[in-house]
Design a protein around this ligand. Sequence first.
Ligand code: NAD
Length: 362
Amino acid sequence: MIGTLPRETFLFKPLPTRVLFGAGTRASLGDEVRGAGITRALVLTTPHQRELGKEVAAGLGDLAAGLFDGAAMHTPTDVTETALSALKTLGADGLVSVGGGSTIGLGKALAARTDLTQVVLPTTYAGSEMTPILGETENGLKTTRSGPEIQPEVVIYDVDLTRSLPVGMSVTSGINAIAHAIEALYAPNGNPVMDALALEGIRALVGALPEIVADPGNAPARQSALYGAWLCGTCLGNVGMALHHKLCHTLGGTFGLPHAETHTVVLPHALAYNAPAVPDVVAALTPILGQDPALGLHDLARELGAPISLNALGLPAESIDHATDLALQARYPNPRPLERDAIRATLARAWVGEAPIRKDKT
Ligand code: NAD
């Protein structure tokens, strides 16, 4: 056997993003922007992080063409169109995205339309910066596409930028990252390198999140969490995802549920659904998450004060059937066959916030 999981044959084709990691690394932003061939960057962020965006733009001096601070969750195409006309008016020839997945999503949407170079400073643990995937929303429908022009060219992880991430969001965003790694472990197109990164990423986040809850300013814990997020995001960018991501995509795109919180609630239940089909993955996760890793994740979220029910996130009970149907619409590889009744029962448990139950334990 090669690596932790039984993979006899595999393809390894890593994505080419340049990554700078550390505390205070944003001091190198100007050099990285210049090195990427950008002479006038449009700085992107959300309204909430406007001050940070202004600071980053000011730090860039002549290298900044301007600031667009209208990024929004699930990348609405009307926001992208507004940003695109700002980009043209300002004559920008590159993008600097400073923020979480929403800001990075806007940068990707602009790059998809212009092929401009992206330099990204992530401030959450969502992992979008390490992927060639873009999810966009138009008329209430979220669609996903992928391509080399979408993958950011440069990522600057500055641990200092994550210190302001509120504790609640640190937990849900961290569990969002763990979800990428867990689904990577049973991806049919996985490989031993991604398996190793996935387990290391989960280990780093599971260790760091309780320390961040106890002390949000804990620098080593913040460093460890961001390191874990990078590894988990790398997994998301390199291998295919399954039932968990499909459910969350549906719940976010169609029912407007918040991204990281939805991942946090669904992950233990999706893992419990798949666990009987992936005993090797369960065995690999046991040293990190306990004898029953799905239950371990549920307990982690509960103990850290994260939401544990879809009800609490605002999903109406009568939407469970519709969500089940949507999750079954497009077929995709999943370790356990997609069984309608069992998926509905999984969503129903997640809606209530009960502990997950594995099929082989009922
Ligand atoms: P987010 O980017 O929507 O951020 C949530 C809020 O927190 C925003 O108001 C943001 O400004 C604020 N915030 C972010 N970092 C902060 C910080 N350090 N301090 C204070 N406030 C901060 O949240 P997210 O979970 O990172 O991203 C969710 C979006 O990213 C979704 O649209 C999701 O679909 C997308 N996503 C895409 C991929 C991909 O590969 N395409 C991967 C993960 C997430």
